[in-house]
Design a protein around this ligand. Structure first.
Ligand code: G3I
Length: 388
């Protein structure tokens, strides 16, 4: 395992209307922008309102708990939302042929009610695929041909269900190895099962299912987070090949999971965003957070006193880099509250990665993002995002 590898290990609730009233019919998204951001009624100092001034949607991953328990933050602070787990295959088809759209529909309804754009996440990933699928492939009861058919059906069913209502889809997620050099991972579950053509095929099917959605490749450590550009370079070359062979890929999402123990190079981060943008692609920061060592998973008080400086600095530096690169079309944090962050469950001893604490109080990291947006008047002009 790489020392600096960031991720080495790898219902319908009440729909609250927070930022505006129930709006017009769901939009269809053109790939080149939209009709202009709808003015947000609500706190002019919210992240979403400040982001709207520079046409940069600010987002969060949301869990069902975020939607039902903290709708004021979920709806009031963000103008683009991602289901933390709601749209993953194991969630939407827990038993073969039996769909459960509860969480995904809840997210879509909440987004619609609050004039939020949606990032769909994710169609093709080695993780959180249903047990019936993995066990069927393992025991041979699902053949290779059947697996191709099941994947095609999954993509057409899910993308088709929300056609015209998803702004960006993370079509494929985390297909590259950590380490230097990096490459398409030959041990990835999908690559082993179907070979490397599975990725372009997924993009083609997603495009057919919703020609208006922006289709993204999403990964971590691809903007220098591990201290190198190995994975960035590998993904850059591969994406360029996909483009050259006519695959409908429109963007690259950098997850941007940081950890204070490894430091952070904002210049490299910005250069890498620009480099992806130089391919003519959209770029999105899709899962930003900054974890650190904490006292306990419950209270998540940082144990290193320097974390109180590092975390706000790194959040602001990521956002400032995104602001200054016109190809970046959205900036999303991976959950806003430490109360339901993924970090303590995966990185033992770490946490406090979000911009609100375990009691949903904004932290310095929140204020640093707010300040970065307030000071962004000289930001390059970007096209208005679609109207939600
Ligand atoms: O749904 C079950 C529940 O029935 C059970 O009681 C509970 C007990 O642990 O587990 C629940 O499933 C959990 C699931 O989240 C839903 O809460 C899984 O254990 C847990 O592993 C899973 O974690 C998710 C993780 O992806 C899985 O890799 C996180 O919530 C989610 O935030 C995280 O998101 C990923 C992105 O999709 C891709 N990039 C990395 C990012 C962080 O890992």
């Amino acid at each position: 395992m790489e020392r600096r590898s960031v991720l080495a290990m790898g219902a319908a609730g009440a729909v609250a209307v927070v930022a505006g009233g129930l709006g017009a019919a769901a939009p269809a998204f053109a790939q080149t922008g939209g009709r202009g951001a709808k003015p947000v009624s609500g706190d002019p100092q919210s992240l979403r309102a400040l982001g709207a001034q520079i046409n940069l949607p600010i987002g969060s991953a949301l869990t069902p708990q975020d939607i039902t328990q903290w709708p004021q933050i979920s709806g009031g602070q963000f103008s683009v939302v991602t289901g933390a787990n709601a749209m993953k295959w194991e969630t939407v088809e827990p038993a073969r042929g039996q769909y459960n759209w509860t969480d995904a529909d809840q997210l879509m309804a909440f987004a619609h009610a609050n004039h939020q754009l949606v990032r769909g996440h994710t169609l093709l990933w080695h993780n959180q695929i249903p047990a019936w699928l993995t066990s069927g492939v393992a025991d041979g009861s699902i053949t290779t041909n059947q697996l191709w058919g099941l994947l095609e059906q999954h993509i057409f069913t899910e993308v088709g269900r929300y056609r015209g209502r998803i702004w960006q889809w993370d079509v494929a997620n985390e297909f590259f190895t950590d380490g230097n050099p990096s490459s398409l991972n030959p041990d990835d579950w999908w690559i082993k099962a179907l070979g490397p053509t599975v990725v372009p095929k997924a993009f083609q099917w997603a495009h057919q299912a919703d020609p208006g959605a922006l289709l993204f490749y999403n990964d971590y450590n691809i903007t220098g987070e591990d201290g190198t550009n190995a994975k960035h370079n590998a993904v850059y070359d591969w994406v360029r090949q996909l483009q050259d062979s006519g695959v409908p890929i429109h963007g690259v999402g950098t997850q941007a999971h940081l950890d204070t123990q490894y430091g952070f190079d904002p210049q490299r981060f910005q250069q890498d965003l620009e480099h992806f943008g130089s391919l003519g692609l959209k770029v999105a920061v899709t899962e930003a957070d900054v974890r650190t060592f904490v006292d306990s998973p419950q209270t998540q008080v940082p144990t290193d006193s320097l974390a109180q400086f590092a975390q706000p600095f790194e959040y602001a530096a990521m956002l400032e880099a995104a602001i200054s690169v016109p190809a970046v079309i959205s900036f999303t944090v991976w959950g806003f509250t430490d109360a339901d962050s993924w970090v303590p469950g995966v990185f033992t001893g770490e946490g406090a990665a979000c911009i609100y604490d375990v009691n949903q109080q904004p932290k310095q990291a929140y204020y640093s993002m707010q300040k970065a947006l307030e000071l962004a008047h000289g930001a390059p002009r970007r096209a208005a995002p679609p109207r939600a």
